[in-house]
Each structure stands twice: as structure tokens, then as C-alpha cells.
Design a protein around this ligand. Structure first.
Ligand code: PEP
Ligand code: MN
Length: 346
């Protein structure tokens, strides 16, 4: 529920609305706006007596948010969220942000080579997993803490920001110390205790769509993070389970306009896990940018044939370089631009 205050409402009236909400057993989230202040009521169990709030001084109207998710909805916040990242980068505004790198951190040599290559081509963020959610317990599980240290070294050398996955609450603290953006993977999209901890982690969260999650479920998972006080959530469409083995997943690009319609949160696309084949990554990456994605998450490996995970869907550095050139043209055609890495910004 949203309590919209009159233009120029005195602070004491806003405070009174907030205090009344708290008295009623809910949480108040005052949101000052350019025109007027709105006070959000969080924790609505469907039994709120709106008349008590509507009668308070300076209250203009009480709006019931119709969607099951509240704080992530456009009803709650009509203007798009722009998430500020270190180095002057942002997600959700005019810029299209590209996060690229290998599936996993494998060695110092591999991650530094990958970081240099994606930086050279113009990516702004280095992606790579130190903790890997693998379908088989016998597959490479990632370097863990040692991988985080290597990512920190890659950032030091290249200036790229880091996005990397936290698979459980145990690792979340260490990931939060190293990462500029904490990734919650598809398999953990409905790990509610992890989502709550991510809401208290103090870093932006990249939340990937679950393997068979509806868009509404994705948004409800994002709501868990906002409800804990972290407004900086970037959604990621990475494909859902399809019926056709021609692709690894069914990359649902229509999720991008759907999310933009009902939510103020930014959404990026991952054409690597979305297709599973490097030759399909480039066309789908371009389609995603044309379709309004706020960014891309792309797997790039210096030597994909020797990758310890997801080699078949990892681009060669030359392919990624070409892709960057092409998406710059597409971004420009739709009135956006591809974000430059920090340090080369003018
Ligand atoms: C990844 O991006 O490293 C990853 C494991 O992706 P997903 O969670 O989408 O499978
Ligand atoms: Mn991968």
C-alpha cells in the first residue's frame, strides 16, 4: 500500500503517517519524490485499515498495489531504478552494461588473460565463478576462496568491476567483500534464506531467473531482497527449461519488455546459458540489446577448448571483440550507449 502525501506536506505530517503505520504493526518506507512524498507500507497482510491513514493530515490518496510483489513494482515506484556502481558506472539508465568473462575462475593465468581480453574489447565488468553450482558433484566445483583472491587481483590489474556468485549464506560474506555485484544463480533463485541475506549484504545483487521460474516468481524473489532493505537488484534472463534440445535453454527475450512494464528494476540478458552454443550467443546478445536489455552477461574464455566449465558456450576473445563493436551500433540505433569500462570514461 502507498500513502501519497500532498505537494508540500510538512515533515511532521509525513512523520505522523509513518508513526501510524508502525503503530498498526507494519513498516513505513518514506520515499521523497520530486513532486511529493510517498510513504510505502510494507508487511501488508491484506487486512490493513486504509481509512485510518486516509484521514490523516496532508494525505492525498491511498493506493493499493495490485501485484503480489510490491516494492519491485512500477506501481510502487514509477521511474526506472538506476543502480550506481563504483567508477561512475550504472545499470538501468541510458547505458548498456556488458559483464563478460569465463564461466569459472580456473587459474591466475586464465583469469588475467580473460580479464585483459574483455577489458580490451570494452566490457565494464568481469564475470567468473569462484563457487560453481554444477549439476554433477564430479564436475569442477570452482576454486572457492582462492578464486575470489584471483578475481580481486584481476580487478586490481584491469580496473574491471567484479560480478561473482554466492552459492550459500556461508560464502556470502566473503563474496560480498570481493565482489562489486553479488550473483545469485538460477538454482538459488528461490533460496529464500540466501535472498534475505543478500538483502543485507550491502552490495548490488544480480538475480538470475530460475530454470523453470515464471516472471512473477522472479519478481517475488527480488522482493525478498528489497524487503530486507537492499534496493539494488539487477534481474537476469538466462533462459528457462524448454522442450527442444537444439538449445541448452529457451532464452525468453520477451521477459525483458514484460519486466520493464511491471517493474522499475533493470534486467540484463545472459545469452551464454540461454543458448549453450557459442555460435548462438552473438545473435541472441544482439537481439537482447535491441529488445531493451539493460546489459549482457557473456561467457568469454581465452582458450574455450580447454575450459573447465561451459567451454562450448564461451566466446573466443576475437568473437567477443566483434560482438562489442556490433552492439555499440545497436545501442546507438535505439538511443543508448554501451558503458565504457571505468578509467576510460570521459
Ligand atoms: C553462471 O552465470 O555462472 C551460472 C552458473 O549461471 P546460471 O545460474 O544462470 O546457471
Ligand atoms: Mn557457465
Amino acid at each position: 500500500m502507498l500513502i501519497v502525501m500532498r505537494h508540500g506536506a510538512p515533515e511532521e505530517d509525513i512523520q505522523r503517517v509513518a508513526a501510524t503505520i508502525e503503530e498498526m504493526g507494519y513498516q513505513a518506507r518514506p520515499m521523497p519524490g520530486k513532486q511529493r512524498t510517498t510513504v510505502g507500507l510494507v508487511g501488508n497482510d491484506g487486512r490493513v485499515d486504509a481509512s485510518r491513514l486516509a484521514a490523516l493530515p496532508s494525505v492525498q490518496e491511498v493506493i493499493h498495489v495490485t501485484k503480489p510483489y510490491k516494492q519491485v513494482s512500477r506501481e510502487w515506484k514509477p521511474e526506472s531504478t538506476v543502480i550506481r556502481l563504483p567508477g561512475g558506472l550504472s545499470v538501468g539508465g541510458d547505458e548498456v552494461i556488458v559483464m563478460a568473462g569465463p564461466c569459472s575462475v580456473e587459474s591466475e593465468r586464465q583469469i588475467l588473460a580473460a580479464a585483459r581480453a574483455v577489458r580490451e574489447a570494452g566490457a565494464a565488468v568481469l564475470r567468473a565463478g569462484a563457487f560453481k553450482p554444477r549439476s554433477s558433484p564430479y564436475s569442477f566445483q570452482g576454486l572457492g576462496m582462492a578464486g575470489l583472491k584471483l578475481l580481486a587481483r584481476a580487478r586490481e590489474e584491469t580496473g574491471l568491476l567484479i560480478v561473482t556468485e554466492a552459492m550459500d549464506g556461508e560464502a556470502l560474506g566473503a563474496v560480498a567483500e570481493t565482489a562489486d555485484i553479488i550473483q545469485i544463480g538460477a538454482r538459488n533463485m528461490q533460496n529464500y534464506s540466501l535472498l534475505k541475506r543478500a538483502g543485507r549484504a550491502g552490495k548490488p545483487i544480480l538475480l538470475k531467473r530460475g530454470l523453470s521460474a515464471t516472471i512473477q516468481e522472479l519478481l517475488l524473489s527480488a522482493e525478498y531482497i528489497l524487503a530486507e532493505g537492499n534496493p539494488n537488484v539487477i534481474l537476469c534472463e538466462r533462459g528457462v527449461r524448454g522442450f527442444d534440445p537444439a538449445t541448452r535453454n529457451l532464452l525468453d527475450l520477451s521477459a525483458i519488455p514484460v519486466v520493464h512494464g511491471v517493474s522499475h528494476l533493470p534486467i540484463i540478458a545472459d545469452p551464454s546459458h540461454g543458448t549453450g552454443h557459442r555460435d548462438m550467443v552473438m545473435p541472441m546478445a544482439k537481439a537482447a540489446v535491441a529488445g531493451g536489455a539493460d546489459g549482457l552477461l557473456v561467457e568469454v574464455h581465452p582458450t574455450p577448448d580447454r575450459a573447465l566449465s561451459d567451454g562450448a558456450q564461451s566466446l573466443y576473445p576475437e568473437q567477443f571483440d566483434r560482438l562489442m563493436k556490433e552492439i555499440r551500433l545497436i545501442a546507438e540505433a535505439i538511443g543508448r550507449r554501451v558503458a565504457e569500462p571505468a578509467g576510460v570514461r570521459v
